[in-house]
Design a protein around this ligand. Structure first.
Ligand code: ZN
Length: 474
């Protein structure tokens, strides 16, 4: 692996199939703002506009987001005509927090950012929110002039060198993914590099990433931690992290999120990036993923490779969780509106099933599967899992439980070879045992399975195409 200091050197050192395009790459504008409110109300307030140190890593021909995903969308508009110059869907910690009990008790603020190529003219930034009819409503605008003297242009030096983990070409032609180390001390820099390389290799063993590996750049950066390990309040492990990465997000012991967005952005701005995975230096099972923001993974867990890919599915393509038997921080609901995520459905009208083109005519909707057997087993399993955590048992016992669990699931599903490969509508998904459906019996978004279902795979490919010159030649 080569390691280089980035900044202006980057574009001289990379192999450039089209050097002219990169020389002309616009600057990167970041708008930092606060997203505040409670369960019923929200507001946005501008923090600052930042001119990031590295040029825009995105593909100039893919400025408009055609995927239609995310709880939110931002648009960069020409202020007079309203013409949209750039757009992207995304999700946020705020909107996840809104579905927790705490949001009914108090107001909170979360720092967020949107980034776009410098439009070289004053623009209007518009944030839109998903409505019940699956469209978007405008909820905030801010006029942005990147030439204003108060735009932040001076930056602290990069806290660490940038690693080239998997570089395929100019950032404008590739999906740029950065792996950010958390909880690795300066002495553990080599361990971070090894973990990052191992997880990068793992990502490219999963289809469709395997076939599209040449469309990705993977970078690494590891700001040295004061003390080894990741913050985990529930077992008394307290660690400082510049990105605020911690277990116990929303008091869910395995949910790992980074709450210091500004600290994270100040590190990430030293790498070309469109997607972010935070590698936590911990063996305790855990992770998280938010569309367009980042995903996290316990890099030392026996399940780190699965966790990396599963959480990246949330972050990269807004894939919903297809599982429904694990405890989550969100409060259950009785309503079943059709989810906007590509891989789960309320199946209100089977004739309009969003993945209907993949369903064969003779497949019944909904589709039978050994649901009762699966749930009875999972009920027992979740109780054992909670007990292991309550007793603070060694992680090896948790790993063994998960191994036994996955073996049992694989054997159960192997007993239904006719159903195992069918695309249909299988009840139980999106944290709900009833009323939500997934497309196949098994998937990386359902159990710790090593394959994405076809619907998830297609949804991932659509996003790869949104950051690269296109599917031509693949
Ligand atoms: Zn799936």
């Amino acid at each position: 692996m080569k390691t280089i200091l980035l900044h202006s050197l980057l574009f001289l050192l990379l192999p450039l199939p089209a050097p002219a395009a990169s020389q002309e790459a616009p600057a990167t504008i970041r708008v930092d703002y606060y997203h505040s409110g409670n369960a019923n109300t929200e507001m946005f307030s501008l923090h600052q506009v930042v001119l990031e140190p590295l040029p825009w890593p995105g593909n100039p021909d893919k400025a408009i987001d055609t995927s239609g995903r995310g709880y939110f969308m931002f648009q960069v508009e020409e202020p007079v005509s309203g013409a949209v110059l750039y757009s992207r869907g995304y999700s946020s910690i705020f909107q996840e927090w809104q579905s927790t009990g705490e949001a009914r008790e108090m107001n909170r603020s979360f720092h967020e950012s949107v980034r776009f190529p410098n439009p070289e003219q004053p623009v209007r930034l518009r944030i839109l929110k998903r409505n019940q009819a699956q469209g978007f409503n405008s909820i905030w605008t801010a006029d942005i002039n990147a030439d204003d003297m108060l735009v932040v242009r001076a930056h602290e030096p990069a806290p660490a060198e940038v690693l080239e983990l998997h570089v395929s070409g100019a950032p404008s032609d590739k999906v740029d993914l950065v792996l950010l180390g958390d909880g690795y001390t300066a002495e553990e820099a080599d361990k971070f590099a090894a973990d990052a390389q191992r997880l990068t290799r793992a990502l490219f063993t999963y289809s469709p990433f395997r076939e599209r590996a040449g469309d990705f750049n993977v970078w690494g950066i590891n700001p040295p931690a004061v003390q080894s390990g990741v913050n985990r309040p529930s077992n008394g492990t307290f660690r400082y992290s510049p990105s605020g990465t911690t277990y116990d997000a929303f008091r869910s012991e395995r949910y790992v999120l980074a709450f210091d967005n500004l600290g994270m952005r100040r590190i990430l701005q030293n790498t070309p990036y469109e997607f972010v995975v935070i590698l936590g230096n911990s063996s305790t099972y855990g992770g998280g993923g938010i569309f367009g923001l980042y995903s996290t993974v316990a890099a030392d867990s026996d399940w780190s490779e699965y966790l990396f890919v599963h959480e990246f599915g949330h972050h990269f393509a807004a894939l919903a969780d297809e599982y429904y038997t694990s405890d989550v921080a969100y409060e259950p609901t009785t309503e079943r509106p059709e989810p906007w995520e590509p891989n789960v459905t309320a199946l209100h009208d089977p004739a309009l099933l969003k993945w209907g083109s993949l369903v064969q005519e003779n497949t019944p909707l909904p589709t039978e599967w050994p649901k009762q057997k699966f749930e009875a087993f999972q009920l027992e399993n979740q109780a054992r899992r909670a007990q292991l955590r309550a007793e603070n048992r060694p992680e090896a016992e948790m790993n063994r439980l998960f191994e036994e669990e996955q073996r049992w699931v694989n054997e159960l599903f192997a007993g239904y070879p006719g159903t195992n490969s069918v695309v249909g509508a299988f009840e139980g998904a999106n944290y709900m045992a009833t009323g939500y459906y997934r497309s196949e019996m098994n998937c990386t978004m359902f159990t710790r399975h090593d394959r994405f279902c076809r619907v998830c795979s297609d949804a991932l490919i659509e996003i790869i195409d949104l950051y690269t010159p296109g599917a031509a030649g693949h």
